[in-house]
Design a protein around this ligand. Sequence first.
Ligand code: NAD
Length: 351
Amino acid sequence: MDIFSSLETLGHEQLVFCSDQASGLKAIIAIHNTVLGSALGGTRLWPYKSDNEAVQDALRLSRSMTYKAAAAGLNLGGGKAVIIANPKTQFTKPLFHAYGKHIDRLGGTYITAEDVGTTEQAMAWIKEKTPYVTGIDQKKGGSGDPSPYTAYGVYMGMKAAAKHVYGSDSLSGKTILIQGAGQVAKYLCEHLYKENAHIKIADIFQEKALRLAQTYNATVVDPNTIYEERCDIFSPAALGGILNSSSIPKLQCKIVAGGANNQLLDEEIHQILLDKHGIVYIPDFVINAGGLINVSLELTGYNKTMAEKLVADIYNRVLNIIDTASLKNISLNQAAIFLAEQRLQLAALED
Ligand code: NAD
């Protein structure tokens, strides 16, 4: 892998390799853009098969964080880190202490948070070595689990999409199809149930879908035929890459609005295919920013009321993207990227 040409192509500022022989730490911190502020993004702990694979993941994920923070109106940049480790044997205090010291040396350019494979416990260990960490337990003054806020943002974005497509933001009587019955889905169901929406849900672990179905009067559907299910809104809450040439022609909905990251397998080709099928796709990095917004408030002293207010504003952000797309005759994804880049360019001029 030609690292410098990758950094240039994707527009990264810095790539940091961290090593500690005593604890076995092998980590890579990717700082994509700090024009709007410190690069905030989670640390993923994963048994990557090669260093190359880990670098590529860090580069890809950190770039998305720049756009997510810019689109959410936050004064934060984009960063992400990966630790190459076995989650069963290497999730240790010495490893996270060594990692915390590396973060500290960056002096606040990068601020970490939880991601796949890391937990509140990991963040607490990192905090023993550096203040540049978020995702701390609520009991210790942190923001706690981001999922309820991610779900709330998805719900508000869904309502804005419904207003655009159906002329009303009420979801009462609408059928919402959710892929995945995990953390985000659980809190999303709570909002939808309160608003008398009809929920259909699928999970590869049927018992998870059944559990939510019982609580929220939902219908469990087969995860293998989910794309063919009739619904008003399809809400991906499991995997990335699920909007592709195979799934899109099967979709029976007018709106896609969900919390999963990187839903479009190919950003250009599959956005065009969705447009061709008359499906309104609400860009994932806009609608799922609630967790990031919530965690970012730890930096200025966590405030739950403020978190709810800022996350609710995803409703207006989605409407703004819809207006921009129609004004410029571009897709919603392009409009969201355009608005994020506009913020970045303005900030760069002032820099
Ligand atoms: P989770 O692990 O709690 O839930 C995901 C669920 O999806 C699991 O129950 C899993 O069994 C199920 N699943 C996996 N493959 C499936 C398939 N093919 N069909 C149906 N179900 C399948 O994760 P989560 O925290 O709820 O996050 C869901 C998505 O939202 C992920 O893509 C995540 O990256 C994204 N996201 C989450 C947050 C957050 O705050 N949790 C924030 C931003 C983005």
